[in-house]
Write a protein that binds this ligand. Structure first.
Ligand code: GAL
Length: 373
């Protein structure tokens, strides 16, 4: 169906429901322009959704129409039903102070918020690049708030776990002096070097690089930070401390040289599932599915979980977050970003339900529109 018509129909169904007081659920139309309760286009890219006390909070990158640096911060919207979104403004605001890690003009990407019941704090993790330094710094950053809508206070940023070796790096590799210097990318010798940990070793002193990222709270309340490390070649799974505001030093490397970005994770029937993308910048590529019985691995790689038109391009999107639907065990929504590098503000959202095959493997099938029961 013609997209503007779909958008109109989605808006009309919300309006009719509001006017008639009818509880008919609004449609989710992947890729359409999504507006908030004030009629403005939703600006929450690369984000995540947190359910807290009866409301969903959607956090995402505030992106400008031109350029790609962060001049505002992280937006937050709230919703009782995942379709009507009330804008709550900036959850995290960039700083005017020259030299601040989050100085206006930095790059803030993929913010995710988790709630810590022990401290009563909301903890936001995001990928941070310092102003004027391109994508070189590759830092993980954290901010905290007393309320879900913020304001979040910036705590710190940096590379991850400086001085600490990954748990799954054998002792003999730690002292092997393996290096990728002077090796040509994707040659067998280069692959072997990355695989055995040459880039992780290069970065031990200053800490591991952290770009595309997510955070995940397990059933036992332990939280993990999962991020693209080693020049985006290898994913790390790193344990967070009890406050969720720092790393404990325990981490593993997974899929070395797998070139995975945009990790999004969920747990179902005791298994961990992760959807990730390849590394082609803003351009879409084919999604990957991974699974493990233990979050630290071993992880197994499975085929693309997407089904339907443009499945080989992740429906022209990139994985971002997997949201467990509150009160409906086994129901998950896969959130993808359909980036528009010419106008990042106008990048669209592709949210689709996750289905499961008979053997329990998840898949994501394209739908022009759908209704959340
Ligand atoms: C993508 C990444 C995005 C953003 C972009 C910049 O690969 O997933 O979050 O960093 O590159 O080019």
């Amino acid at each position: 169906m013609y997209k503007p018509l779909l958008t109109f129909l989605a808006a009309a169904s919300i309006a009719i429901a509001a006017l008639t007081g009818c509880s008919k659920k609004a449609e989710i139309v992947p890729g359409a322009v999504w507006t908030d309760t004030e009629g403005q286009q939703i600006n929450a890219h690369g984000g995540g959704v947190l359910y807290h006390d009866g409301l969903y909070y959607w956090y995402g990158e505030n992106r400008p129409q031109k350029g790609f640096t962060s001049e505002a911060g992280v937006n937050v919207y709230s919703s009782p039903d995942l379709t009507t979104w009330t804008p709550l403004g900036l959850a995290l605001t960039v700083s005017d102070e020259p030299g601040s890690d989050i100085e206006s003009g930095c790059i803030i990407e993929r913010p995710k918020v988790i709630y810590n019941p022990k401290t009563g704090k909301f903890v936001m993790w995001f990928h941070l690049e310092l102003k004027g330094q391109g994508y070189g710094p590759a830092r993980a950053a954290v901010a905290v708030a007393d309320r879900p809508e913020g304001p979040f206070t910036f705590v710190k940023s940096g590379r991850v776990n400086p001085g600490i070796y990954p748990e799954n790096m054998p002792e003999e590799v730690r002292n092997s002096g393996v290096t990728i210097e002077n090796l040509e990318w994707w040659t067998p010798r280069w692959y072997e070097a990355v695989d055995s940990g040459a880039i992780a070793l290069r970065d031990i002193e200053g800490g591991q690089m952290a770009r595309d990222q997510t955070v995940f709270v397990d059933d036992d309340g332990k939280a993990y930070h999962i991020y693209s490390s080693e020049d985006n070649l290898t994913l790390n799974v790193a344990e967070l401390n009890d406050e969720y505001t720092g790393h404990t030093g325990k981490y593993v490397r997974i899929f070395p040289a797998g070139h995975n970005e945009a990790p999004a994770i969920f747990k179902h029937n005791g298994k961990y599932w992760m959807i990730a993308s390849g590394c082609t910048g803003w351009a879409p590529n084919e999604a990957r599915l991974m699974t493990a019985e233990n979050i630290y691995g071993p992880w197994e790689q499975l085929p693309n979980p997407c089904v339907g038109p443009d499945a080989e391009l992740t429906f022209k999107g990139q994985s971002n977050y997997i949201l467990p639907v509150e009160g409906q065990p086994g129901k998950f929504i896969a959130m993808f970003d359909r980036w528009n590098p010419e106008n990042l503000f106008d990048s669209r959202y592709v949210w689709l339900p996750i289905d499961f095959k008979e053997d329990g493997t998840p898949y994501v099938e394209w739908r022009d529109s759908w209704i959340l029961d």
